[in-house]
Design a protein around this ligand. Sequence first.
Ligand SMILES: Nc1ncnc2c1ncn2[C@@H]1O[C@H](COP(=O)(O)OP(=O)(O)OP(=O)(O)O)[C@@H](O)[C@H]1O
Ligand SMILES: [Mg+2]
Length: 236
Amino acid sequence: MRLEVDIKGKTFRSAAGGIQEVLAPVKFALQSGEVGVLIGPSGCGKSTMLRIILGLDPEFSGGVARPPQARIGMVFQEPRLLPWRSVEQNVRLAAPGVADAKLAELFRILELEAHRDHFPGELSLGLARRVALARAFAVEPDLLVLDEPLASLDDALASRLRDEIATLVASRPVMTLLVTHSLDDAIRLGDRLFFLSPRPARIMREVPITIPRAERSEADLGRIKGELARLQLESK
Ligand SMILES: Nc1ncnc2c1ncn2[C@@H]1O[C@H](COP(=O)(O)OP(=O)(O)OP(=O)(O)O)[C@@H](O)[C@H]1O
Ligand SMILES: [Mg+2]
């Protein structure tokens, strides 16, 4: 499977009537098994780009080719759970065919077992984000789109969940697109890093990470981080 993104441009009309250019031309493709990471300043257009890629916003110029049968798992920037449904019901509604054992495993991995019967209003933001992750993974997606999924989690939990995302992504052929402000998350999870400009977003630089995810040692990660810092200095 392959995702092809060829956005020519995107504008929003502001309430005052002005036109704001949000995306410049953005072109890239992702294969099954690849994790692409979008990194860019706040407000540059990342969430807008994800909505376009998912087909939720048809008002743009250009095209996006998603595999027609692709199952999609999405974690929005806000968890977006149905408030009148329990945690378990929220996940089951998105993934009606999910096996009980699979659901139990996801709840165990994401440390949600004690919260199955809770309602979204009873959850902290970090718990709600984990439910959103459980929901995205329960779908067994071919295309997984994660918009800052680890924001507002404490460091220890964020790093555990980052490892779990890596494990889940490695367990099946999935195209993953991750938005993050964390360089650590980017270099641990990503295969290709796309550095975006301020609005209107365009890809300023694409950095591939050639060492397979599971084989990156702490020394490799330190070196990659150093290289990225050097590249960013060069581009200033
Ligand atoms: N529905 C909308 N109508 C008008 N303008 C919008 C709309 N959605 C987003 N924008 C504007 O588009 C720009 C990009 O927003 P977007 O949410 O895509 O940024 P982002 O890169 O995801 O930022 P962040 O890192 O803070 O999440 C912003 O200037 C925002 O104000
Ligand atoms: Mg955003």
